[in-house]
Design a protein around this ligand. Structure first.
Ligand code: PEP
Length: 256
């Protein structure tokens, strides 16, 4: 089954206008394997600057812009929120939805995450749906139950047929920003579980969904992780703030 590989940068609440410039000109010289898309997700105030710099530098077509979050509402009295229409206006194509920091710090529930995925899809944007277990849940052998409980509300909300337009990022919470990475074997086994869970609803669709791994991916460990059958790229936090390191990670991805 042919799947795109995706390398997405999650800058979180980091970065600056000068890093946007540095990243765009860094990515301008990158050589990507066939079927690889790169997505840069800076903070909201920097989206337009990325789009403008990308246009000025005539950045290759498979480098995209993404947001780190979005409102589940279309518009209205939601002070401080950002809508999918606004993201479309600044030429974003992807949106990270349900990152573990949103779930734990801002109490986003799996039901709310499912609503966001629906809103994102109806606006013609691609959601990068984040799921993952905590360290205590892995130790208690609850990983599969937790992942199923995060995936099922989205399947119920949008229908499995719409997963052709969804990217899933498996991010074990204990590996995010900690320097601890899941071993390639552990990550592969969990990705296989996710694909099989989707396949229970529709095997053809399950084979098409890009499954990204996230959690302390860096230039030294990316190759081995991306070599796994069911790992179709990565969601990269800390290492995506270093242009040279991010370029190495992007160059090591291979679409199938
Ligand atoms: C993330 O924030 O999605 C992430 C994976 O961060 P890091 O790469 O720093 O672990």
């Amino acid at each position: 089954m042919k799947r795109h590989a995706i390398i997405a940068a999650n800058w979180k609440m980091n970065g600056s206008l000068s890093l946007i410039k540095e990243m765009v000109s860094g990515l301008n010289s990158i050589v990507l394997a066939e079927n690889v898309n790169v997505v840069v997700c800076p903070s909201f105030p920097f989206l337009s600057a990325f789009a403008l710099n990308a246009e000025n530098e005539n950045l290759q077509a498979n480098i995209y812009l993404g947001a780190q979050n979005v409102s589940e509402h279309k518009s209205g009295a939601y002070t401080g929120e950002i809508s999918t229409d606004m993201l479309n206006e600044v030429n974003a194509n992807y949106v990270i939805v349900g990152h573990s920091e949103r779930r734990s710090l801002y109490k986003e529930t799996s039901t709310q995450v499912a609503h966001k995925v629906k809103t994102v899809l109806s606006a013609g944007l691609t959601p990068i749906l984040c799921i993952g277990e905590s360290e205590a849940e892995r130790t208690a052998e609850q990983t599969e139950t937790v992942l199923a409980s995060q995936l099922q509300p989205v399947i119920d909300e949008i229908g499995i047929e719409n997963f052709t337009d969804v990217v899933i990022a498996y991010e074990p919470v204990w590996a995010i920003g900690t320097g601890k990475t899941a071993s390639p074997e552990m990550a592969q086994a969990t990705h296989l579980f996710i694909r099989q869970f989707l396949a229970n609803a529709d095997k053809n669709i399950a084979d098409k969904v890009p499954l990204l791994y996230g959690g302390s991916v860096n230039a030294a460990n990316c190759e081995e992780l991306f070599a796994q059958t069911d790992i179709d790229g990565g969601l990269i936090g800390g290492a995506s703030l270093k242009v040279d390191e991010f370029k190495i990670i992007c160059s090591s991805a291979k679409g199938s």
